[in-house]
Design a protein around this ligand. Structure first.
Ligand code: PLP
Length: 388
């Protein structure tokens, strides 16, 4: 099976992990701060806070922006469930903004309409979470402008988009958002096994995130000294979690981050070859904005209407490890039970019905890629033929 995605670890990556295993600190040593510094620098953010997953980073990001019971958070239905679950962790309500059918990203027009209506009804969200689907940045300039007009905060779910650029600037610089979140799961752009991070330009938010990831504990002297001045003192100042990343993970992260530019370059070349191969075929690739460069986390193709399931079955039978990203989140049983139904975001549902993620990763060989292209084209033709 040619997988849709997989990690690429080289000997340097492995040596960096061994170095930590042989050192004094497996966690809470020097590696996490060093990884954070490198990550912040790579995306032009002032601060990075590494945690044990992007899911944890999204949860902390919502808490940092004050999301709580009675608040509303809006996200994209075409995402992993974590983009919405983070709001529910905080006791808030989730709603969804329909997508742009060309890209699968949150539609700026749909967002503008929904904000006008919510403003009239007094139901504006506290936070919106656009998701950079497949690695292509959302139109953050437009989303940021709308958010500012209505006094809404913004968290970018950039789990797919480490290494992507928007208007020539790296995703994560938070020019149009409060916080950006990355994932380091093995299928994502770089990996730490499990892991994630949030980046921000607000040092107060970053300090609070560092406390929240370790039980709400701080050793900041001004917080400790008002109790007593003993050298062993630490202060739990709010209710936090154990969301810490280990030094083992952070060492791998530093090594992988050093390879990010190569990863993006390889993915971009492979994606370009897919786009060329599917030109003038019924298989469509996603529209790419001229204002951005995708990180190409996913290679998503759209097949003809009504045949996606059959094409998917044929590809799996041909040992191509295809996947589907994503069924609209609100169609999950848990969300249906909260009251969401079919037809809620028509563009997202139509998008979902036609997409297949085909293999794209840095270990994909030219021979594998040719095999994938041929299988996709012949499966589409055969499924279209038998459906007529
Ligand atoms: C992978 C992913 C997450 C969650 O990442 P973890 O690190 O596995 O918690 C969140 N949002 C999106 C869009 C993702 O693809």
């Amino acid at each position: 099976m040619i997988p849709y995605s997989c990690q690429d670890l080289n000997e340097d990556d492995i040596r960096s992990v061994l170095r930590v295993l042989r050192s004094d600190f497996l966690t809470q040593g020097a590696e996490v701060p060093a990884f954070e510094k490198a990550l912040a620098a790579s995306c032009n953010a002032a601060e990075a806070v590494a945690v044990n997953s992007a899911t944890s980073a999204l949860h902390l990001a919502c808490l940092l922006l004050g999301v709580g019971p009675g608040d509303r958070v809006w996200t994209s239905p075409i995402s992993f469930v974590a983009s919405a679950n983070c709001a529910l962790y905080c006791g808030a309500d989730v709603d969804f903004v329909d997508v742009d059918p060309r890209s699968g990203n949150m539609s700026v027009e749909a967002l503008a309409d929904q904000l006008v209506q919510a403003h009239q009804k007094g139901t504006l969200p506290k936070v919106i979470i656009p998701v950079h689907y497949a690695g292509q940045p959302c139109d953050m300039r437009a989303i940021g402008k709308l958010a500012q007009r209505y006094g809404v905060r913004v968290i970018e779910d950039a789990s797919h988009a480490l290494g992507a650029t928007l208007e020539g600037c790296p995703v994560g610089d938070c020019q149009f958002s409060d916080i950006t979140v990355f994932s380091f799961h093995p299928v994502k752009m770089i990996t730490t096994g499990e892991g994630g991070a949030l980046v921000t330009n607000d040092s107060v938010l970053a300090e609070r995130a560092r406390a929240l990831r370790t039980h709400g504990i701080t050793r900041a002297p001004e917080r400790v000294d008002d109790i007593d001045q003993e050298p062993w003192r630490y202060a739990q100042v709010e209710l936090g979690f154990n969301y810490r990343m280990t030094d083992i993970q952070a060492a791998l992260g530093q090594s992988q981050l050093g390879r990010l530019d190569d990863f993006v370059l390889t993915r971009r070349q492979l994606a370009g070859q897919y786009i060329d191969a599917f030109r003038d075929t019924p298989v469509q690739t996603l529209w790419q904005s001229p204002d951005s460069n995708s990180s190409w986390h996913l290679m998503v193709v759209q097949v003809s209407q009504g045949i996606r399931s059959e094409v998917f079955r044929l590809l799996r039978a041909a040992n191509i490890g295809v996947n589907v990203h994503y069924m609209p989140i609100y169609l999950q049983p848990y969300y249906r039970q909260l009251g969401f139904n079919e037809g809620y975001c028509p563009a997202a549902e139509a998008f979902y019905r036609q997409v297949i993620s085909i293999p794209l990763h840095v270990r994909l060989t030219p021979g594998d890629q040719r095999q994938v292209v041929e299988a996709v084209i012949s499966s589409e033709a055969s499924a279209a033929g038998s459906s007529n």
